[in-house]
Write a new protein. Structure first.
Ligand SMILES: *[C@@H]1O[C@H](CO)[C@@H](O)[C@H](O)[C@H]1NC(C)=O
Ligand SMILES: *[C@@H]1O[C@H](CO)[C@@H](O)[C@H](O)[C@H]1NC(C)=O
Ligand SMILES: *[C@@H]1O[C@H](CO)[C@@H](O)[C@H](O)[C@H]1NC(C)=O
Ligand SMILES: *[C@@H]1O[C@H](CO)[C@@H](O)[C@H](O)[C@H]1NC(C)=O
Ligand SMILES: *[C@@H]1O[C@H](CO)[C@@H](O)[C@H](O)[C@H]1NC(C)=O
Ligand SMILES: *[C@@H]1O[C@H](CO)[C@@H](O)[C@H](O)[C@H]1NC(C)=O
Ligand SMILES: *[C@@H]1O[C@H](CO)[C@@H](O)[C@H](O)[C@H]1NC(C)=O
Ligand SMILES: *[C@@H]1O[C@H](CO)[C@@H](O)[C@H](O)[C@H]1NC(C)=O
Ligand SMILES: *[C@@H]1O[C@H](CO)[C@@H](O)[C@H](O)[C@H]1NC(C)=O
Length: 623
């Protein structure tokens, strides 16, 4: 077993080198580490521990609802105020049947045009759904809803409220019956999937509204057990499927109350020349554009080698495959209207159209990333879990995309995307102790990211810029589109701020920062150390004594210079220089002189201190 693991790592490592990705590693290592101490992190503790945490934006900025095991919380991060909503208060009489309070919230949406909450819970046998007042949390209707919510708290089962209709997904219910997309409530008929397909795990449901409402679609993103049983074939494949929102199911005789517009296509992500493929979809984030075809789907994949990648698809490309690809396994002429076309009354569709949808719903062509591109981001070592994407305007008015990726270890990577290239701006560490991230919610208006563990919800301000350092150069080199130099601080960007997202060129900073030389007297024969903060992991930090390079000790965040015993030859100017991208700057400078009386920090304690710093920096970074 251990040997097998070792082999996998060994092989993965060699792959790495063979791929010639070495020069990329630098850029895939976050440039700056930001801990919860460096930025204003606001937290709410959720009572209890929750294996699933559902997050929903609240009625006001910086408020949200969080549903964990059996409890719904309303969290206000402006007031640092949180309260439990009584929806599932055991003594509250809304659902008399369930006497036990041992259940989990599995689904949380806004409904009734934003005036109410729709919330489901499961006790692992019977899911119950209620609509509840958004203000008070009191429920007015609760129903057992086996078809709507997952029975197991561990089933991801993404769902989506569009207007008055709820779309849900089912991976496995009662041994695999009716796996797929369902529609409930609203004015149209409820629709169930007809098929009894192989194992599917749904990752995301996305609405794609069109100028002509009849053409509105829902896309589902999922992984499915590969039907290809070939020994070298991957266990899973990733798919996108479509249904029309206008779908009313087939006529009485065929596909009644089942989708007549359900098609699927495989998603491609990888580098063909290198035979490097990513087959397992992990998460999806959509960046809306004014024109629906341009809206971008950022998809996070993994492969069997423990690597992850991000590929970008456009809605237009997905739509093109569904409207143009040949049908897999079908040679005949394609009937009219083409199966998958959204029509006003699907119950009147001709038999041959319905037959083709039922028998050959899979497209022959794959959906490829935009402009047939390679993955925009590949990581060899990090196990990313969630992806979110934000659009940020720079000081010059051009817009950038920032990708937020969560790690299994409770950390978040903030990644700049620019013309298909990526740069890892920072690693955010919102939790004092490592934990699993259960869920993430981005509020693009306030530029706040909410990250939940099993017991806390943390608010991260994506515009907390001070962490990059006290100087203009630090701010510009950070290449963070949210941040610019306002003349005195690194602060949320404005049109007058100094910023260079494209190149991070610090030469733009006209004010030269004067680094004072700090005089220090050190007693003869005593030990002493000088420390230099390392703000960037991409920079090289070097200590110079009278202009000559000297040995230093590097910890997690400090470059230390150790003087074992002070004497006259150790006096003089000590300067810590950082160089990054052919740009060197002085970080700190000390002028040391000898004070004759021997006393001060004994070498033994100094060494212990240094040892503790070194040990702390050697703790695992990414579990
Ligand atoms: C639950 O309901 C009871 C009775 O209606 C009430 O006294 C109690 O305060 C409620 N608890 C919460 C947390 O709302
Ligand atoms: C809930 O209780 C009502 C009345 O006691 C009963 O008619 C109904 O069948 C019960 N529902 C479930 C799911 O047990
Ligand atoms: C939902 O709310 C919006 C804006 O508040 C309103 O324009 C729309 O008519 C409402 N729709 C329904 C179905 O009530
Ligand atoms: C679906 O598959 C399950 C297990 O393979 C089987 O028991 C069930 O009868 C099937 N249902 C239909 C409708 O084909
Ligand atoms: C795709 O290519 C077109 C034409 O070269 C270009 O205008 C567009 O920006 C590219 N799209 C992306 C997302 O790179
Ligand atoms: C970014 O700029 C565009 C056009 O200049 C504007 O429409 C949009 O509202 C801006 N977005 C933000 C978040 O400021
Ligand atoms: C720059 O930003 C800092 C921190 O946000 C703020 O205190 C200061 O007033 C700003 N200075 C200017 C000139 O806007
Ligand atoms: C460095 O300069 C100081 C003062 O100029 C001198 O005392 C010291 O001996 C020099 N040390 C070395 C190693 O050059
Ligand atoms: C350190 O940086 C300063 C400022 O950029 C530069 O003038 C100096 O030559 C550098 N020192 C060394 C030894 O590289």
């Amino acid at each position: 077993m251990i040997i097998a693991f070792w082999l996998i790592f060994e092989v993965a490592f060699h792959l790495d080198v063979a791929d010639g990705h070495d020069h990329h590693h630098h850029h895939h290592h976050p440039r700056v580490i930001i801990t919860e101490k460096d930025c204003a992190v606001r937290k709410h503790t959720l009572q209890g521990t929750h294996s699933r945490v559902e997050l929903l934006q609240g009625p006001r900025h910086r408020t949200l609802y969080a549903g964990g095991g059996g409890r719904l919380f309303y969290l206000d991060f402006r007031e640092h105020d949180g309260k439990e909503m009584p929806v599932f208060n055991c003594s509250n009489s809304c659902s008399r049947n369930i006497s036990s309070c041992d259940y989990d919230i599995t689904l949380l949406h806004e409904c009734k045009n934003g005036s109410a909450l729709f919330i489901c819970r499961t006790d692992r046998t019977t899911p119950v759904c209620c609509s509840a007042s958004r203000e008070t949390g009191f429920c007015d209707e609760c129903h057992p809803e086996k078809a709507v919510a997952p029975v197991s708290v561990h089933e991801r089962a993404p769902s989506l409220y569009v207007g008055e209709e709820l779309y849900t997904t089912a991976n496995m219910v009662n041994g695999g019956n009716h796996v797929g997309i369902r529609r409930h409530y609203g004015h149209r008929v409820s629709i169930w999937p007809s098929d009894n397909v192989t194992e599917q795990n749904y990752v995301a449901l996305v609405a794609s509204p069109r100028p002509n409402k009849i053409q509105d679609r829902i896309y589902a993103f999922l992984v499915q057990r590969n039907a290809d049983q070939h020994r070298e074939a991957d266990l899973w494949v990733s798919l996108v499927t479509q249904v029309c929102q206008a779908d009313l199911g087939g006529p009485k005789s065929f596909l009644q109350r089942s989708w007549t517009s359900h098609l699927s296509a495989l998603l491609s992500c990888g580098i063909a020349e290198k035979k490097l493929y990513f087959n397992q979809l992990l998460d999806v984030a959509v960046l809306e554009q004014d024109i629906w075809k341009d809206s971008m789907v950022y998809a996070l994949f993994s492969n069997g080698w423990g690597m992850t990648a991000v590929c970008v698809f456009t809605m237009g490309d997905i739509d093109y495959v569904f409207t143009n690809s040949p049908f897999k396994g079908y040679m005949g002429t394609v009937p009219h209207p083409r199966p998958g076309t959204c029509v006003e009354d699907s119950t009147k569709l001709p038999q041959d159209v319905l037959r083709l949808v039922k028998d050959h719903p899979e497209m022959k062509d794959w959906v490829r990333p935009v402009n047939n591109s390679d993955p925009i981001f590949i990581s060899h070592h990090h196990q990313y879990k969630h992806i979110r994407v934000d659009r940020v305007n720079s000081s010059l008015g051009d817009s950038y995309h920032v990708i937020l990726l969560t790690l299994g270890s409770g950390r978040v990577h903030k990644v700049l995307e620019q013309d298909g290239h990526t740069f890892v701006i920072a690693e955010l560490r919102p939790f004092a102790y490592c934990c699993h991230i259960r869920n993430v919610l981005l509020q693009p208006h306030t530029k706040m990211l909410y990250v939940s563990s099993s017991s806390e919800v943390v608010e991260l301000d994506l515009r907390s810029c001070q962490a990059y350092g006290p100087r203009c150069e630090d701010c510009v080199m950070a290449r963070d589109p949210y941040c610019g130099w306002n003349g005195t601080h690194c602060a949320p960007v404005t049109s007058s701020a100094i910023q260079d997202v494209k190149h991070g060129n610090p030469q733009l900073c006209t004010q030269r920062e004067y680094v004072p030389s700090i005089p220090q007297k050190v007693k003869r024969h005593t030990a002493h150390f000088l420390s230099c903060p390392m703000l960037s992991t991409h920079a090289t930090y070097i200590w110079y004594h009278n202009g000559t390079k000297v040995e230093s000790l590097v910890t997690d965040s400090l470059c230390l210079l150790l003087i074992e015993a002070m004497d006259t030859s150790m006096a003089g100017t000590y300067r810590c220089n950082a160089s990054e991208m052919n740009y060197a700057k002085v970080i700190v400078e000390y002028k040391l002189s000898v004070e004759s009386k021997a006393q001060g920090l004994a070498p033994k304690y100094l060494l212990l201190y240094l040892l503790s710093l070194t040990l702390s920096s050697m703790l695992p970074q990414d579990l």
